[in-house]
Design a protein around this ligand. Structure first.
Ligand code: DQA
Length: 141
């Protein structure tokens, strides 16, 4: 099984940004955690992080017929991007949406998610472990 893990804007700033919300571990720590879990499961994972909406759309398009699953934390684009939603619909790959923080408990503008209109599952507020739960879900088929 091949899984693509996509992280949106400012996720590269983990460990620096709002530690009270996102914790003190870095993006590299996140990647290593997911890699370790994927290795144990015999899953191949590729990673993509971008601060640009268009680059995320392009990466999703490139995933067409190449991946069995996508794990995506669209970060701030969650709440604004119809383009990312449309790209996911276009490639029709099973998708899990992950948020490190519990967006429902935060500002009202974070309660809206366009990607949720496509995602098979949404995991919020479970920290980095949410990505592992997403991987487990995709492995369950
Ligand atoms: C986030 C929540 C978003 O509202 C925010 O813009 C992020 C990260 C999360 O993982 O909790 O950048 O997606």
């Amino acid at each position: 099984m091949n899984v693509l893990v996509i992280n949106g804007p400012n996720i590269n700033m983990l460990g620096i940004r709002e530690k009270n919300i996102y914790g003190s571990e870095t993006y590299d720590d996140l990647v290593n955690l997911i890699k370790k879990s994927a290795d144990e499961k015999g899953v191949t994972v590729d990673f993509f992080q971008s601060n640009s909406e268009g680059d995320i759309v392009t990466r999703i398009q490139q995933a067409y017929e190449k991946y069995d699953g996508i794990i995506i934390n669209p970060a701030a684009y969650t709440h604004t991007s119809v383009a990312i939603l449309d790209a996911l619909k276009a490639v029709s790959i099973k998708t899990v949406e992950v948020h490190i923080s519990d967006v429902d408990e935060r500002e009202e503008f974070r309660h809206i998610s366009y990607v949720s209109l496509y995602a098979s599952k949404v995991i919020k507020g479970h920290g980095f472990n949410g990505y592992i739960e997403a991987l487990n879900y995709l492995c369950e088929g």
